[in-house]
Design a protein around this ligand. Sequence first.
Ligand code: FAD
Length: 431
Amino acid sequence: MHWQKRRLLGPDVMELEMNKLIVEKKGHVCVIGAGIIGATTAYALSRSGWSVTVIEAEQEAGMGASFANGAQLSYSYVEPLATPYALKKIPFWLLSCDSPIRWLPQFNKKHIWWLIKFISYCNSKKVQSTTKQLLDISFLTKNSLHGWLNDLGISESDILLEKTGKLVIYRNQHELSAVKKQIEFQKSFGCQQEILSADQCIEKEPSLARIKRDIAFGVYTLSEEAVDCHKLSQLILKHSDVNEIYDARVLNFNIKGNKIESIRTSKGEIAADKFVVAAGIETNTLLQKINKELLIEPIKGYSVSFPIINRDYAPNGSITDQNRKIVFARIGNTLRVAGYAEILGNNLKIDQRRIASLVADAERVFPGAIDPKNFTSWAGLRPCSPSGIPYIQSIGHENLWVNAGHGSLGLTLSVGSAVLLAKKIDKCGYV
Ligand SMILES: Cc1cc2nc3c(=O)[nH]c(=O)nc-3n(C[C@H](O)[C@H](O)[C@H](O)COP(=O)(O)OP(=O)(O)OC[C@H]3O[C@@H](n4cnc5c(N)ncnc54)[C@H](O)[C@@H]3O)c2cc1C
């Protein structure tokens, strides 16, 4: 049977033709959460022949951590947060108010366990193996994303995709040998990156001339891209044949034997053959209903977005200030500046000092490109696993799956994670 995609809105329509929709499909999968991970998961499953419904608590897709993030598809920059360098810095993060990373210890079992696990990953051997696993996923995104866009009829301008590469600037010359080593290591996995002198950095990005004396060296990666993650989440769903239900919060699961039979939502019940939790930072709120939990810590970050008023002074591509841990991305006519990592629990309160600092950075690095009084500010919670590797697995019940915990790389890892999850679900057999 051929059927038309519907945007489902209420309880009466939810029962609807769900049964009709699964005819001639492998079965029906319900994906919980329409952030970039839920959206890509839903589409990967739909491509693979499943009838898919995505259920989202907000009014539209991409309103959580996927809303105004750093916009980087940084396929070759996937080094996790857990490194020997991070371990050395923990005391500083505890004491300093204005370091790029801030940590306020919480005295609950889950947080302490997350921290113990995080520390256990802070050694060179683990960093290498984590980097390798993350590169596998990010390259899967790199190799699949453009095919998806083509198949869906989404143009690069619809999602403000910029293929202008990424320049990472370093302020300390003594970091050069470690950076060279990392580049050499990553080369064996297909990453193509070049080290640039300060002069070469300015050649590549003339807009950086004002801070030339601060630049020790840079690393340029041509393959990196930038994209509006919010738009990408929305358009993937809009252009696919995934059914979308918005403004519906999943509250609990109905279980029969070892299977989830249906989910209870604020708009009624939905039955399916398989369920995928892709609820970002709220993944555990749902898993706790079935006495399961994953180690996912919310790490808050901020962004400010400026309309570009003079393109001559704006960056051509993405720039990361490695020492200040700030990214600058040009997406369409917007300059997005994002940064900071605050481990302060599950709160989205905006610290205005962080915003002021990002605005000051933008003004200092790209004077004339933006009006420092005209911007929008945002905070989001990165759903972070201790290792940096996302959870792409079944959990608790034979038809329940999870795709969550992508930390600072959710956009970069999205398509790859979705493809991997769809493969795993297919391998387990159909309905
Ligand atoms: C400041 C900042 C900068 C970043 N920069 C980058 C970057 O440059 N590149 C990159 O790759 N990554 C970046 N990230 C990380 C990336 O944004 C996240 O990893 C990614 O958005 C996580 O996507 P998600 O779909 O898992 O979560 P979310 O986008 O939060 O989506 C989860 C969705 O689930 C919904 N939901 C939750 N509970 C329920 C429920 N019970 N019922 C129904 N719906 C529910 C939520 O409403 C939400 O829409 C950045 C993050 C931040 C904060």
